[in-house]
Design a protein. Structure first.
Length: 63
């Protein structure tokens, strides 16, 4: 599984990094980024929750 972020729609809220800091990174007013290329199986639920909770729906988890 891989995570992708459409940075053009990111509002830098930090929800993804709060929910799953092992996969997502966001600092200050910077747009969020993906920290890992492949999402570890043990973080699948957290990454999917971050995708669901993103207020602008810019996170996509690809299988």
């Amino acid at each position: 599984m891989k995570a992708e972020i459409n940075k053009s729609g990111c509002i830098s809220c930090g929800i993804c990094a709060d929910i799953c800091p092992e996969v997502f990174h966001q600092e200050g007013h910077e747009k969020a980024s993906v920290k890992v290329r492949e999402i570890p199986i043990k973080l699948k639920n957290e990454a999917e929750t971050a995708e669901e909770q993103c207020p602008t729906n810019v996170i996509k988890i690809r299988k």
